[in-house]
Design a protein around this ligand. Structure first.
Ligand code: C2E
Ligand code: CA
Ligand code: CA
Length: 567
């Protein structure tokens, strides 16, 4: 335990309490580890403090005492330049007093009666070590694998450093391993442990050179609280070199997020931000280092705001659904075939917010189903309203998020919309992105399969952006392929890209499903797609996503074409 570190020249501790029994008990608990002196009231305490000020490592101070109470001693010590550095642990029986004492600058408190001797010794030694800015070594506070601090101790320590040594300017650094679980799965648990140990060793070597502390917070996440470094890329490279040395065959990537020291920001928040920065690297291939920036803070505040505003936005119908047409280009002239429902947020203060700014946010916070259910209901209502108004059905596709699939009421909710609006299942199509299929394969396949058995048509969105194998694709329940926009972007100028489009067309033929090309902006792109036998096209060439009133103009035009062909 902590006190096992027997000190060569014992530190001096002053115990201040008016009751002899308390002085005695504390004396017993501490006498083997420290040199002790005593005082019976505040006045005597101040005399002793002045007298021994250069030698004192700690004051243990009772609050309720005759002559002069502990609060007065506290403020005396804290108002004095030369005494301030001496930490004070307050001894008390009342909760309220503790708080006031901490506010007045006490380092810690111990409640009376004194029962847990181990705990008292641990706290005394910790406060002394912290105030001296030294590291303390004890088995209980360490992660056995890496010999770094465990989470609790690390943050407690970091808080003390923040409190007592704001002038140290400590940065928060978070480091972890990309896809650590696959590293473990593909090799072995022992292999993974070895990697963690090597990182731990290197962190300790680093901390021997710089002021700082570190912890393995969980699994592969390392938190380092260290004096500001000039070059974090160099630091990351240093760790990366170590893990590169583990094995020639296994590639392991480290990534690092840094939140630079900031006055008034507590360690826990510093590390939250460092972690946020680190998480942003996910899927980034260029850089594995991210320093938390002002932009990220603004973005985080905005995210918080959007999350807070979500419910009200639903109540006040701030979400509006736009419709973008899909045209059948194998007809001449092309014919309006269906539409995709795309959400926008008309925020009363922030203006129009595009879905890219809030969909990923709500997905990661589990709130997306609120938004999606809203859009589905709105789209179903709109299909019925247009059927009523124009005597024709415009099928509408809605987007499903990967997380919607985990909602046990999904099938039921969607089916209810069909029933309530008197629709055919084929009128409300469901778009699911390809990457969702590859992320959580089996459950998604089951759920999408169930939707399809109920009669819904499934469009695989952003096809070609994921990493499905041909094997997987043929096992996926789907009725339409929506080719990812990036294929279309360069087909005019790049023969290789056009080959890819043809490849997607071949896959579709093999699966016997039609293809929708998305993001078509030019006449040339349209022509090439038509030559490649693509059936349906969606994109700015025909129309941007439109509010329902505007979309109605497209329906009216379509009706005129129908009338023209019949005449
Ligand atoms: P997505 O499902 O791939 O939707 C197509 C996006 O491409 C839309 O962006 C659309 O406006 C845009 N687009 C269409 N034609 C063109 C074009 O010719 N050129 C270019 N550059 N872009 C074009 P939008 O509306 O900003 O939506 C972005 C993404 O947000 C959607 O990608 C979809 O993943 C998501 N999203 C939109 N509405 C919903 C929703 O109600 N629920 C869920 N879960 N996601 C939604
Ligand atoms: Ca879509
Ligand atoms: Ca898409």
């Amino acid at each position: 335990m902590i006190q096992s570190k027997h000190i060569k020249s014992p530190q001096l501790v002053l115990i201040v309490d008016d009751q002899e029994i308390n002085r005695d008990v504390l004396g017993m608990i501490l006498e083997d580890y420290y040199d002790l002196i005593y005082a019976c009231d505040g006045q005597e305490a101040i005399q002793k403090i002045e007298e021994y000020q250069d030698k004192l490592s700690l004051i243990m101070l009772d609050l309720m005492m005759p002559v002069m109470d502990g609060f007065q001693v506290l403020s005396h010590v804290h108002e004095s330049e030369s005494l301030q550095r001496i930490p004070i642990i307050v001894l008390t029986a009342e909760k309220d007093a503790e708080l006031r004492a901490l506010q007045m600058g006490a380092a810690d408190f111990i409640t009376k009666p004194f029962d847990m001797h181990e705990v008292i010794r641990a706290r005394v030694s910790r406060i002394i070590e912290l105030s001296e800015g030294r590291r303390l070594i004890s088995a209980a506070e360490h992660d056995k694998l890496t010999m770094l601090y465990n989470r609790n101790f690390f943050f407690e320590y970091a808080n003390r450093i923040h409190l007592y040594h704001p002038e140290w300017h400590m940065d928060a650094v978070v480091m972890n391993i990309e896809q650590f679980h696959t590293v473990n799965e593909l090799n072995s648990r022992e292999f993974g442990d070895n990697v963690l140990r090597i990182i731990g060793n290197e962190i300790r070597a680093f901390l021997a050179e710089t002021e700082g502390i570190a912890s393995r917070i969980e699994a592969d996440r390392f938190d380092i609280f260290c004096k500001a470094q000039k070059d974090y890329q160099a630091l990351l490279d240093r760790f990366q070199r170590k893990v590169d040395g583990v094995s020639e065959n296994v590639s392991i990537r480290l990534r690092m997020g840094v939140m630079p020291w900031q006055e008034d920001v507590k360690p826990i928040l510093l590390f939250d931000r460092a972690r946020a920065a680190c998480n942003m690297i996910r899927g980034e291939y260029k850089s594995h280092l991210m320093i938390y920036s002002e932009d990220m803070r603004v973005r985080e505040l905005l995210n918080q705001r959007l999350l807070n505003d979500l419910r009200q936005a639903v109540q006040e119908k701030q979400f509006v659904v736009f419709y973008q047409p899909k045209y059948n280009i194998q007809c001449n002239p092309p014919r309006l075939s269906s539409a995709e429902a795309l959400i926008r947020w008309k925020h009363p203060e922030l203006g129009m917010i595009p879905p890219g700014d809030f969909i990923p946010l709500f997905e990661s916070n589990g709130q997306i189903s609120i938004v999606d259910n809203y859009v589905w209901a709105e789209a179903a209502r709109q299909i019925a309203a247009w059927r009523e108004k124009f005597g024709m059905v415009i099928p509408v596709s809605v987007n499903l998020s990967r997380v919607d699939v985990f909602d046990p009421n999904l099938v039921q909710n969607l089916t209810a919309l069909i029933r309530e609006n008197g629709l055919d299942y084929k009128n409300l199509k469901l778009e699911v992105t390809e990457s969702a299929y590859t992320d959580n394969a089996s459950q998604l396949l089951d759920e999408v399969g169930r939707l399809r058995e109920n009669g819904f048509e499934i469009e695989m969105d952003d096809f070609g952006s994921g990493y499905s194998s041909l094997n997987m694709i043929s096992a996926m329940p789907l009725d339409v392929l929506k080719m990812d926009m990036k294929f279309i972007k360069n087909i005019e100028h790049n023969a290789k890209d056009f080959r890819l489009v043809e490849l997607v067309m071949d896959i579709a033929k093999y699966l016997k499903v039609p293809v929708v090309a998305e993001g078509v902006e030019t006449e040339n792109q349209l022509r090439l797609l038509k030559e490649a036998d693509c059936d349906l096209v969606q994109g700015y060439y025909f129309s941007r996503p439109l509010p329902p009133e505007e979309f109605e103009k497209l329906i009216i035009r379509e009706k005129e074409i129908i009338r023209g062909t019949q005449a």
